[in-house]
Design a protein around this ligand. Sequence first.
Ligand code: ZN
Length: 198
Amino acid sequence: MFLEKDRNNSERTGWIEVVCGSMFSGKTEELIRRLNRARIAKQKVEIFKPEIDTRYDETDVVSHDDKTVSSIPVQNASQILFYAEDFEVVGIDEAQFFGDELVSVCNELANDGKRVVVAGLDMDYLGNPFGPIPKLMAVAEYVTKVHAICIRCGNLANYSHRTVKDDKLVVLGETDAYEPLCRYCFNKARREIEDKKD
Ligand code: ZN
């Protein structure tokens, strides 16, 4: 469980939190939980997400348990700087879809005194580090890895295995296109796909 730092310091300093993990690991739920608590603390809160993520709704960050929070879709990371000016806490969802530019944007926001909470996939469907997330994990003060449950064996899952044949990095409509797997089951599933190719 992530426990917030007390904000009642006389000196205003910001910081970066990263919440990352596989599909179905509860990243967005955790982002929303933190931002709701900040809202209860009467802080000015806003969530941004890349325009690419239009799975359910154009303007809402929607997590899988249907707790919705409104958000601003942006075309690139630098637009966040423009919109975030009046907010104390800035949430960024589906952050893996932004470019590396997001790293300097988050640093700038935090240097400006804002609390920045970033949620995103740490790995793509092949198990490779995804977009700006690895660099964000390096510059963040706090990193939380959340886990899904492996649907094949019940262990903790940290891979998002793609169940449909498609080589694009981004496939939307995640519920039927991916399954969360542990390291053992993921390697087994990848081997089976490679064997079929031969
Ligand atoms: Zn497993």
